[in-house]
Design a protein around this ligand. Structure first.
Ligand code: GLA
Length: 385
């Protein structure tokens, strides 16, 4: 839990103004990986890690952004904001400011203090939580209200265009629309969504491989390009396939042989993952936890073998989890190439599970994993005075 008063005080001390405070969560994705930018389905939950944004207006035309995590403050004139990302933590809040201005929303000069406890580079969407907390804070100074799905889209645009990571809509959307004790099945094409309650006797345990990743550049963008190549090949045969959301395993059986082997594998992952995600949501809704768990393991195997987005450490965590009592399912969550695994565990077994997983992982890798017992949480909100 973050110390909200600490952030309020720090802001007051630095800027001599009492701030308004906003909180936006990180997320864990239960199933549906690398399907969002293919306009498919995902089923994340917001979690009780968050970013707090404290904001107050200024009268000197400056934009001053302080990060309590990095212990650093950046200052820019509102008239002369950096046009491009600089590979710096401030890219995310500045990207959001850029996206609002691009949309024609004038943001007055401000002081912003950011503090977060979403582990960085761990696949739990620290960046989306910064973006969404920031956009709510900035909007509060404009007197404008934007519907939550549109806020998510603006934050995604900040990340895609300004920061330069070609991510989909999942992280920003769940940070906006998450609901306590629920997972959210999102149709990334229409942005329609359904909330599914997570049974009270199920614990969400997140285990961190401690292997870090970054989306800006690197493997994420390469994979995305491969998925797009697969889409183009199928589209040439069936023009109604605009995104892999529109394709089926039959299409792959017919035309997959025209794809380079890696492209075929990435494409197969996305198409089958979409099917698994829809089935998993139905299983959760029906209380069929056995099917949900099986689909999570299948999703992990596909992420590992077809998408080649896992890492040996995540495979070890999933394998260890699968042998423990009371475990419903486990898989690598998030953008991949490191980060965390998500485990759904019967509450009664959760404590022993965590102990055994920690020991087993250390014995196998020499790494001490951070393991978090999380709760599905609400999306962005203003923190009461
Ligand atoms: C990252 C991206 C998301 C999504 C996942 C993979 O978290 O930000 O848009 O593509 O990876 O499912």
């Amino acid at each position: 839990m973050l110390d909200v008063n600490g952030t309020r005080e720090a802001h007051l001390q630095a800027f001599q103004q009492a701030p308004a405070l906003f909180s936006a969560p990180g997320r864990v994705n239960i199933i549906g990986e690398h399907t969002d930018y293919a306009e498919g389905f995902v089923m994340p939950a917001a979690i009780d890690f968050e970013t707090i944004a404290a904001i107050s207006p200024r009268t000197d035309g400056q934009v001053v952004i302080a990060s309590q995590n990095f212990n650093e403050t950046v200052t820019h004139s509102l008239q002369q904001l950096p046009e491009k990302a600089r590979h710096h933590w401030s890219d995310y809040p500045l990207g959001v400011l850029w996206a609002l201005r691009e949309k024609g929303i004038d943001v007055p000069a401000f002081s912003l203090t950011l503090k977060g406890d979403v582990p960085l580079g761990a696949g739990l969407s620290s960046s989306a939580s910064v973006e969404v907390a920031t956009i709510s804070a900035l909007l509060s100074l404009t007197g404008k209200e934007i519907p939550l799905p549109e806020m998510a889209q603006l934050c995604r645009r900040a990340e895609n265009v300004y920061v330069g990571a070609s991510t989909g809509i999942m992280d920003q959307f769940i940070a906006c629309c998450g609901k306590e004790n629920h997972a959210l099945l999102l149709d990334c094409r229409s942005l329609d969504y359904k909330l599914a309650p997570i049974p009270a006797n199920i614990a969400i345990v997140i285990s961190n491989t401690m292997v870090k990743h970054s989306h800006a550049g690197g493997e994420y963008n390469t994979r995305r390009a491969e998925v797009e190549e697969g889409t183009r090949i199928l589209h040439a045969h069936r023009p109604e396939i605009k995104f892999l959301r529109d394709a089926t395993v039959d299409d792959l059986a017919k035309w997959g042989s025209e794809m380079p082997p890696d492209v075929l594998k990435r494409t197969r992952h996305v198409i089958t993952e979409d099917d698994r995600t829809v089935a998993a949501a139905a299983a959760l809704e029906a209380g069929d936890l056995k099917t949900l768990g099986r689909l999570m393991y299948e999703a992990h195997a596909s992420y590992r073998d077809d998408f080649e987005g896992s890492c040996p450490e995540a495979d070890i965590l999933v394998d260890l989890a699968s042998k423990e009592a009371g475990v419903i399912g486990a898989r690598l969550t998030g953008g991949g190439f490191g980060g965390c695994t998500v485990n759904l565990v019967e509450e009664a077994h959760a404590t022993t599970f965590i102990e055994n997983l920690r020991k087993g992982y250390h014995a196998a890798t020499g790494i001490s994993a951070d393991i978090y017992r999380c709760h599905a949480s609400d999306g962005v909100h203003r923190i009461a005075e």
